[in-house]
Design a protein around this ligand. Structure first.
Ligand SMILES: *Cc1c(COP(=O)(O)O)cnc(C)c1O
Length: 451
């Protein structure tokens, strides 16, 4: 578990608040975040890079809720955005554009205009064609665009292929071998100002080696550029630091930063990093309720009210999330001294408002069984966990752990399911930071076709 989600009297709590209370108040499915986890993570980055010019640019796509952006901005963070929409969120959260870097392979003219208008810190340019377009757009606005080239260092991040971005075959960045020529081109284009270099090799990295391999390749380029008269103001090393979902052992923030700083000790440019997952992943859980238990010949199913549209990672990457009961049922000692796996709750305890304990799985004893934890969406890929041992009954609450990053941000309305509510907790303070979507909102923009 973590310091922020813990059992107190067999009740899983976020900080000092039982998740049961949150479910009662706000309903399920619901994302719940620990404010303290967020702040602690950010402060670890700040202290790890203290003593060196730096900027921590939170990767907004990991979790773009305005409350999270606002809090990080208040702590001094910058932001890494990958769309005009994310830039508008950052501005709406009250953050200044002067700490925003803009990444992504497909920036449109409209997005470039928006970012030039706002006067962001830097465009992380990912192709020659983008360089040419940005120069034109900036020229048409009478502006000079600050640019970095996102260099693809051709390093194996040793992570899932869908979240590996720094290999030659990936769509991201400019080829290492072409970077020098493109820097010279950028330096000659009249409406661009070369300010930095950028790389980002993938996500959920659990080893330091690939980060350092990438830094060394970037540094080799920086030195050639300096010798050829192109001096840079900042080195952006991207994000990608992994977290513990199961038994991974990613480096700590301090160790990761320490290794980067050691590799960079001969340079004095400002260092930018773009952490996403590591700041929010373990700061959030997805709270869900068991709707039905279904016993099959080969498998048992715990059908919960959260689904792949709420948390896509299992369906998309076969990602593993720990699934914990919100109320832990202690195994009592039976009279013959052996431990019983099945426990009978009193009728009062098993009654949850609105969920009559009826039928099979309702009155049934909470027996420890192996379940497929699945949602209501009509897809076989709609699962949150395979083969989980759980002692649950209908109406019980479950917490899908480590769901703060790429959970809500990847959610959809598939099956016309309104998106979940989001709640943030600090100590005993509980606040709704996003209302549950209504079905009406889902089709509000749709029109009947009339001939
Ligand atoms: C997604 C992304 C990040 C953040 O990655 P994490 O693994 O969440 O830290 C940083 N930079 C860029 C360019 C990205 O696309």
């Amino acid at each position: 578990m973590s310091d922020y989600f813990n059992y107190q009297n067999n009740q899983l709590c976020v900080e000092q608040v039982p998740l049961t209370d949150i479910a009662q108040h706000f309903g399920t499915p619901c994302y719940v975040y620990s404010h303290t986890a967020l702040v602690d993570g950010y402060r670890q980055f700040e202290s790890a890079f203290a003593g060196r010019k730096h900027l921590i640019c939170y990767a907004v796509k990991a979790n773009p809720n305005i409350a999270i952006l606002h809090q990080l901005a208040w702590l001094g963070a910058g932001f890494d955005v990958v769309s005009g929409g994310e830039l508008q969120r950052v501005l709406a959260a009250g953050a200044g554009a002067s700490k925003v870097v803009f990444s992504g392979v497909g920036k449109t003219v409209a997005e470039m205009r928006l970012a030039l208008d706002a006067e962001i810190l830097c465009f992380n340019v990912e192709s020659e064609a983008e360089l040419v377009r940005l120069n034109e757009v900036a020229g048409s606005m009478g502006k000079i665009a600050p640019v970095s080239l996102r260099v693809n260092p051709d390093v194996d991040a040793k992570t899932h292929p869908y979240i590996s971005t720094g290999l030659k075959q990936n769509k991201f960045g400019v080829a290492y071998t072409e970077a020098l020529a493109l820097y010279h081109k950028a330096a000659e284009l009249p409406h661009l100002r070369v300010t930095g270099i950028d790389c980002h090799i993938g996500s959920q990295l659990t080893e330091i080696g690939p980060f350092i391999a990438a830094v060394e390749k970037v540094l080799a380029l920086v030195e050639v550029l300096a010798a050829e008269g192109i001096a840079l103001e900042h080195l952006d090393l991207g994000g990608g630091l992994g977290i513990r979902y199961d038994n991974e052992t990613p480096p700590s923030i301090a160790d990761y930063a320490g290794a980067l700083l050691t590799a960079l000790q001969l340079r004095n440019e400002k260092i930018i990093v773009e952490p996403g997952r590591v700041l929010v992943g373990n700061a959030g859980v997805l709270l869900t309720r068991v709707e039905y238990l279904k016993y099959g010949e080969e498998k048992n199913f715990a059908i919960v009210d959260a689904a792949m549209n709420d948390l896509m990672r299992p369906a998309l990457y076969d990602a593993w999330h720990r699934i914990q009961p919100v109320v832990r049922v202690p195994s009592p000692q039976s009279s013959d001294g052996t431990t019983s796996h099945s426990t009978r709750l009193s009728k009062d305890d098993s009654q949850v408002a609105g969920y009559p304990a009826s039928g099979r799985g309702g009155e049934r004893e909470r027996q420890s069984l192996i379940y497929e934890v699945v949602g209501p969406v009509c897809e076989t890929g709609d699962f949150l966990g395979h083969a989980r041992e759980l002692a649950v009954t209908q109406g019980d609450l479950l917490a899908v752990m480590s769901a703060g990053a790429y959970g809500m941000s990847m959610s959809s309305n598939y099956n016309s399911r309104p998106r979940a509510a989001e709640v943030m907790v600090s100590g005993t303070v509980v606040q709704l930071i996003r209302e549950r979507e209504t079905v009406h909102q889902l089709f509000a923009g749709e029109k009947t076709f009339l001939l």
